[in-house]
Design a binder for this molecule. Structure first.
Ligand code: CA
Length: 231
């Protein structure tokens, strides 16, 4: 799950960025409307957190332009003002939800989760493959009922592989969906992350869940022929 924060107040942006990373989201920050619109169009975000008062382009201009170019990520608007007109303008421009500053991080997180849940195909709340279970709401992973602690990247890679169970996923796909834009897809970071992820998932269990497909990428599949299921 990749999130773009468009916010010129550095303190607020940093606070959101750190908080969301702790919740294992992949997070980028843009500091003005132009940069925000560029990034939103360029990279596959699941959610934009968009401040209304921004330099260069304001949040409503960014949102209108983004929706006009078929941008489909969920959008949560932030504003210091709380008037009916502001809310209506935001929703008219294509926002999915609205949060008035100042707000508690817990409230933002609840909105973020609700929006991403709404967006998830078939309202999927957790993913299951064989004895592996990943909860998108609590962001917890279990294998055979035992909890597994993952880093942000490991969680992102695993969620992406589980959403594409049985398919070959390329390193480029993982780079685009799990890492920030500064990421160099030619580095060995993806391989290292998958190596650690495998160690954590397979330790003490029979059968590897993630296979390396030579020259292509990775595939997550049940170790036996039992059909994968989504719940
Ligand atoms: Ca602002």
């Amino acid at each position: 799950m990749r999130i773009l924060i468009v916010e010129d107040e550095r303190k607020v942006a940093r606070f959101l960025e750190h908080g969301l990373r702790e919740e294992l989201f992949t997070v980028d920050v843009a500091q003005d409307g132009e940069e925000g619109l560029y990034r939103a169009r360029e990279f596959p975000y699941d959610l934009l957190i968009l401040d209304v008062l921004l330099p260069k382009l304001d949040g409503l201009q960014v949102l209108r332009a983004y929706r006009a170019s078929q941008g489909r990520a969920r959008v949560l608007m932030l504003t210091a003002r709380d008037t009916v007109d502001d809310r209506v303008a935001g929703l008219d421009a294509g926002a999915d939800d609205y949060l008035v500053k100042p707000f508690a991080f817990a409230e933002l997180l609840a909105r973020v989760r609700a929006l991403l849940r709404r967006d998830a195909r078939d309202n999927v709340v957790h993913l299951e493959v064989h004895d592996l279970r990943l909860d998108l709401r609590t962001r917890k992973v279990h294998r055979g009922g035992q909890p597994i602690t993952l880093s942000t990247r490991e969680f992102g890679v695993l969620a992406y592989l589980m959403r594409h169970v049985g398919e070959v996923v390329t390193r480029t796909q993982l780079a685009e969906h799990v890492w920030e834009e500064q990421f160099d897809p030619h580095s060995n970071v993806i391989d290292v992350t998958v190596y650690h992820l495998r160690e954590k998932l397979d330790r003490g269990f029979d059968g590897r869940l993630i296979q390396t497909i030579r020259g292509s990428g990775y595939q997550l599949a049940p170790p036996d022929p039992a059909a994968p299921r989504r719940a």
